[in-house]
Design a protein around this ligand. Structure first.
Ligand SMILES: [Fe+2]
Length: 233
């Protein structure tokens, strides 16, 4: 990636980090992030998606033994807490927070953080207007809603749909970020139609507000995103 003046404190990689979930792809990802002035100095939070595989993901990206359990993490930036959850179901493309992950979330949120919490996961809890993607959403959104009710969670940040979108779980905003590899056309409900290009989300957080802004990427811009078409979800 080329430096375009973006200097994030934290980079949240919300899943499907390698299409085949293999170790060489993860090593390529690490090399690209380390080579980029925009990400080399940032704290990185790797979150798995349905294309990722827990064993290689753990061993390459987290430096951990290749255990097959859910990859749940807590990261801090100052007083802001990031709770990164594994919403994947091995061998499936839809999402679900299993009992271990829901317990992890409740434990992580037991005490309020000085600047609140962000929950990050791959699968959005609310449907996409694209039927195929809607079927692959988080299957147990109600469990997530119950787990964050009355806590300090300021937003839920997701990926997966390949198009940007905003929703909410009760009073908590839900942001679905776009993808770097291609754009899914939200104008088409029945057909999964791919458009060239890609984007990332800039998230600005201060005491009063959290603001999301979509930044296009692709050839000639940050150097990521081949312009699709590519993987199917
Ligand atoms: Fe996905």
């Amino acid at each position: 990636m080329e430096d375009e003046g973006i200097e994030p404190d934290v980079v949240l990689l919300t899943g499907d980090l390698a299409n085949e979930g293999d170790e060489p792809s993860y090593r390529d990802l690490v090399a690209a992030l380390e080579a980029s002035p925009a990400t080399a100095r940032a704290s990185l939070v790797y979150v798995p998606g349905n294309h990722d595989r827990r064993g290689p993901f753990r061993s390459v990206l987290l430096g951990e033994p290749p255990d097959e359990g859910p990859i749940n993490q807590v990261a801090w930036h100052g007083g802001l807490r990031v709770v990164a959850l594994d919403s994947t179901v091995p061998g499936e493309d839809h999402g679900r927070l299993d009992a271990e992950t829901l317990d992890f979330l409740s434990d992580a949120l037991a005490e309020p953080a000085p600047e609140g919490s962000l929950v990050v996961m791959h699968h959005p809890p609310r449907p996409s207007p694209i039927a195929m993607m809607a079927a692959l959403r988080l299957a147990n959104a109600d469990d997530l809603a119950r787990a964050i009710e009355g806590t300090d969670v300021r937003a839920v940040l997701c990926g997966h749909y390949h198009h940007a979108g905003a929703s909410h779980l009760g009073p908590v905003p839900v942001w679905t970020g776009p993808a770097t590899s291609f754009v899914a056309d939200a104008a088409s409900a029945k057909e999964f139609r791919l458009l060239p290009g890609g984007a990332i989300t800039r998230v600005d957080v201060d005491d009063d507000a959290l603001v999301t802004s979509v930044i296009p990427v692709g050839p000639g811009r940050l150097g990521v995103g081949a312009g699709g078409p590519a993987p199917t979800r």
